[in-house]
Design a protein around this ligand. Structure first.
Ligand code: 13P
Ligand code: SF4
Length: 329
């Protein structure tokens, strides 16, 4: 082999394998691209802490939808899962919506396929359909009103008592709302793999070791976990609770990404993730965690992956979403 061919090879390899920036450099690149694109980064609490650090806004599903509806940015970079980015697009079609990893789905949304939900919905044609925002645009388009874990009880309270309700896709949130509001509802039997992973037995053992700790849970958890909770609420609800509580120790039964903001808000308090059934990290949402800081940078650099949607579907999904925003204003 001649030295010439070897140097051509080396140059090719160096160029092809040029490493993406890392650490502070990567964050600086993201901030630069944000200005260049006139972009806003919206992030959910379940994202990695380094993504939360570069976000312009971090919130629960309702707050993220409200932000997406009102932003003046040209580009919405959604650090969350697909149904959240899709919701942003439905509410704000003039903006480009980027999602760092298009495979970032949601087990709950997937547990409600449109071809199965349609006949269910038709069978109960006289029911008002309230759908949890964790569902696809197709399911939203078949719904009368959307809700999130932070406004569901308020929305149900505004439905006349004689009106039967069909609620989907989350059976755990549905059952919790039945208990909380006293309203019977017909439920779709969907669930979140992350929130059904918590072990009641291990939770009780943990509580024995930390008797003064309060248990905080997301309503997507099963009843056997929720019945031990001192407070149940959306991610923002849980965060506000620890901010306002005089308590010093909390067991957190939801995706542990939220603990980053809890520690930031209350560094003097202790937060213990509720234990999953196995010794796995399955209390981490595998969909949310597909997004990384590198993918966030890449999607801003490439302008892709981008959310696109058929306009007829968007308009049908917009109606129940807009209704939710109006009822939550
Ligand atoms: P929040 O609306 O409470 O943030 O919940 C979103 C979610 O996906 C919970 O799993
Ligand atoms: Fe979906 Fe569950 Fe992940 Fe929330 S935690 S995004 S409901 S899979």
């Amino acid at each position: 082999m001649t030295s010439g061919s070897s140097s051509v090879g080396t140059a090719f390899i160096t160029q092809d394998l040029a490493l993406p920036p890392s650490g502070r450099e990567l964050e600086a690149e993201i901030r630069h691209l944000k200005r260049k694109l006139n972009a806003v980064i919206l992030a959910h609490f379940y994202q990695d802490s380094e993504i939360q650090e570069v976000a312009d806004f971090i919130g629960d599903s309702l707050q993220l939808a409200q932000q997406a509806a009102r932003t003046a940015a040209d580009v919405i970079v959604f650090a969350g899962v697909h149904f959240m980015a899709e919701t942003a697009k439905i509410l704000n079609p003039a903006r480009r919506v980027l999602l760092p990893d298009l495979n970032a789905g949601c087990s709950l949304a997937e547990s409600c396929p449109p071809h199965l939900f349609r006949p269910f919905r038709e069978h109960y044609a006289d029911h008002l359909v309230i759908s949890y925002i964790n569902c696809s645009a197709e399911i939203k388009a078949m719904s009368d009103v959307i809700c999130t874990s932070s406004n569901a009880d308020r929305i149900i309270a505004q439905v006349p008592r004689e009106q039967p309700i069909l609620f989907g896709p989350d059976r755990n949130l549905g059952n919790y709302l039945i208990r909380k509001t006293g309203r019977p509802m017909r439920l779709w039997q969907g669930f979140c793999i992350v929130h059904e992973t918590f072990s009641e037995q291990k939770l009780l053992r943990l509580k024995l070791r930390h008797p003064s700790a309060q248990i905080l849970a997301h309503p997507e958890c099963e009843e056997r976990v929720l019945r031990h909770a001192d407070y149940i609420g959306s991610t923002t609800g849980l965060l506000n609770y620890v901010r306002e509580s005089p308590g010093r120790e909390f067991i957190i039964a939801t995706e542990p990404g939220i603990i980053y903001q809890m520690k930031k808000a209350c560094p003097e308090k202790t937060f213990i993730p509720a234990p999953p059934e196995n010794s796995c990290a399955c209390n981490q949402c595998p969909h949310m965690r597909l997004n990384t800081l590198e993918k966030l940078w890449l999607c801003m650099k490439n302008g892709a992956p981008e959310i696109s949607m058929d306009e007829d579907l968007r308009l049908r999904a917009l109606r129940p979403l807009q209704r939710m925003l109006d009822l939550s204003a």
